[in-house]
Design a binder for this molecule. Structure first.
Ligand code: NAD
Length: 323
């Protein structure tokens, strides 16, 4: 696909994944319009878009006129979401307002203003819940462990319905834990790796909760490549795909790798999983993403050691902007 001068609309464009995608699209010459409401507690950071030649609109997807923003877009990358699992439990109405009701607003606006646009929707592996068999393929039954999982599943399903009833080219990517530059590192709200990196750069030990859980982290450049490949490949349209990343590693293995990448200066403590989080924890997860690889030709290219190293280097000179 030739992205040059193509209008692309990115929701959640000042967040972690959205901003990385905006940079990549702008580098390809696309006319990028990004929407972000800078929601408290999420990954939005104005510094995330430093140096990106894009138009950022500050506004809330629940209220703003979305037709103007969609007008003329040939691709919509839909990443705006309430992403906090504890936040969704605390305020499930706000959670469903953003992750499901506002999705229907966007669907209706896109029907009017961008009826032909391809939509790539950011979904999540979260709503598979606790699984017994690994790796997890797309036919795994859905059993959301928390309110956020319910709302994200509903949002995805409204988009897939739009494909079935209106034939819109929609792709839903069920992402696993992602990491890399522009991740929220102030606390553990985005992933455990964020707060680990902060602690390492501040010279403090980080905490590992549990330790045996398996994760298949995706480096952000590979996530960006997956979004772009999903839009570009007609074989992906109308499909839901799991997206994995590095081969599965336990949290303890990941912690040891962080220590190694730090040159042995970092250290960590192991703690029992906090009871309030244990109730909504999904245990071990890794994706079977062979369907997406076959449809798009995508493969994750960044290994864990390289990705963690690049992430730490990126924050070394920018720590103050992210605390
Ligand atoms: N990062 C991951 O590991 C991961 C894993 C699975 C799924 N996802 C999905 O990917 C997408 C992006 O996640 P992220 O990690 O970049 O999170 P993020 O919090 O950094 O980005 C989401 C962005 O959406 C914006 N937003 C939220 N509500 C809004 C509203 N009402 N109006 C306008 N903007 C609003 C936030 O301000 C934020 O900038 C989300 O849909 C998320 O569910 C991410």
């Amino acid at each position: 696909m030739d992205w040059f001068r193509r209008k692309v609309f990115v929701t959640g464009g000042a967040g972690f994944l959205g901003s990385n995608l905006c940079h990549a699209l702008a580098q390809r010459g696309a006319r990028v319009v990004a929407l972000d409401g800078f929601l408290f507690g999420g990954g939005a950071n104005p510094r995330n878009l430093d140096g990106a030649d894009i138009d950022l609109v500050r506004g809330d997807i629940r209220e703003i006129d979305l037709r103007n923003l969609c007008e003329g877009a040939s691709v919509i990358f839909n990443l705006a979401a309430q992403t906090s699992h504890m936040g969704g439990q605390a305020d499930p109405l706000a959670d469903i307002d953003i992750n499901a009701v506002a999705q229907v607003r966007l669907i209706q606006a896109a029907r009017e203003a961008a009826p032909e646009a391809i939509v790539v929707h950011a979904s999540t592996r979260q709503f598979y819940g606790r699984v017994e068999t690994l790796p997890v393929a797309e036919n795994q039954p859905v059993a959301p462990p928390d309110a956020n999982g319910v709302s994200k599943f509903a949002g995805e399903q409204y988009w897939m319905l739009e494909h079935r009833v209106r034939n819109r080219p929609v792709v839903s990517l069920r992402l696993t834990n992602c990491y890399g530059p522009r991740l929220r590192i102030r606390d553990a709200r985005q992933t455990f790796l964020g707060i680990w990196i902060r602690c390492v750069l501040e010279g403090r030990p980080f905490e590992v909760w549990g330790g045996e859980q398996l994760r298949d982290l995706t480096y952000v450049d590979d996530v960006t490549a997956a979004f772009i490949a999903a839009a570009e490949n007609p074989a992906c349209h109308g499909q839901i795909f799991n997206i994995g990343g590095a081969p599965p590693a336990s949290l303890r293995d990941l912690a040891d790798l962080v220590v190694k990448v730090s040159g042995g200066t970092a250290s960590y403590l192991t703690r029992e999983f906090p009871a309030d989080r244990a109730r909504i924890d999904i245990g071990s997860y890794h994706a079977d993403d062979t369907a997406f690889r076959a449809a798009s030709g995508w493969v994750p290219r960044t290994g864990l050691e390289e990705g963690i190293g690049r992430t730490m280097d990126w924050y070394r000179t920018r720590l103050g902007d992210y605390l």
